[in-house]
Design a binder for this molecule. Structure first.
Ligand code: GRF
Length: 198
């Protein structure tokens, strides 16, 4: 079977990465995780990659806080190309990508965000939704561009906000929704890849 080669980038916990790797292992997802890369040396997402025997690497980001140094971003492109990656999956990657990556992988980089974009881009989006008195929030998978949590929306999953929700309880339900939505979207990419190529 023709499997979509993916690369996963993350900076933290890796619960989305785990959900994707589990679906691959169970045969639900016709993808192949070629590499997991993190800008944080001790990020749990790298341990998850090891647990699933997926190649993994730490990428020191350089001097900037919210982006990669241009030479580092070029190095990232090389790593992904060498691994034969066709789809780049951001899963809690806390750096904004720029020209090197966006030019190398046009419409081949996707991200998941814990709100119904375009509402509440940025950090702790579930807190923003709660503070504004929204009745519904959720998560969004979108193509990545040069702006934070911006770019064409691919799919969304709504999560109802309950009267007694705390930031923690809402966040937990949104993360459960993320772990359904992201593999489902990647499955659509896999289907397209198998049928016609990306
Ligand atoms: C997710 O909530 C995702 O929406 C956001 O970062 C978080 C990453 O969580 N972009 P995890 O590392 O996948 O557990």
């Amino acid at each position: 079977m023709k499997r979509l080669p993916i690369g996963i980038l993350g900076s933290g916990k890796g619960s989305n990465c785990r959900a994707i790797l589990e679906r691959i292992r169970s045969g639900d997802l016709a993808a192949e995780a070629r590499v997991v890369i993190s800008d944080v040396l001790d990020a749990p997402i790298l341990d998850i990659a090891r647990e699933f025997s997926v190649a993994n690497a730490f990428l020191p980001s350089g001097q900037f806080r919210t982006r990669l140094e241009p030479n580092v971003e070029n190095e990232l492109v090389n790593m992904l190309r060498e691994a034969g990656v066709d789809l780049v999956v951001l899963a809690g990657f806390m750096r904004v990508l720029h020209a090197p990556m966006l030019k190398a992988f046009p419409r081949r980089i996707i991200n998941i965000h814990p709100s119904l974009l375009p509402k509440f881009p940025g950090l702790e989006a579930w807190k923003q939704a709660l503070a504004t008195g929204e009745e519904v929030s959720g998560c969004t998978v979108h193509y990545v561009d040069e702006k934070i949590d911006h770019g064409e929306i691919i799919a969304q999953h709504e999560v109802r906000i309950l009267p007694d929700d705390t930031p923690e309880s809402l966040h937990a339900r949104i993360q459960i929704a993320e772990r359904e939505l992201y593999p489902a979207v990647i499955a659509e990419f896999c289907e397209r890849y198998r049928a016609t190529g990306l």
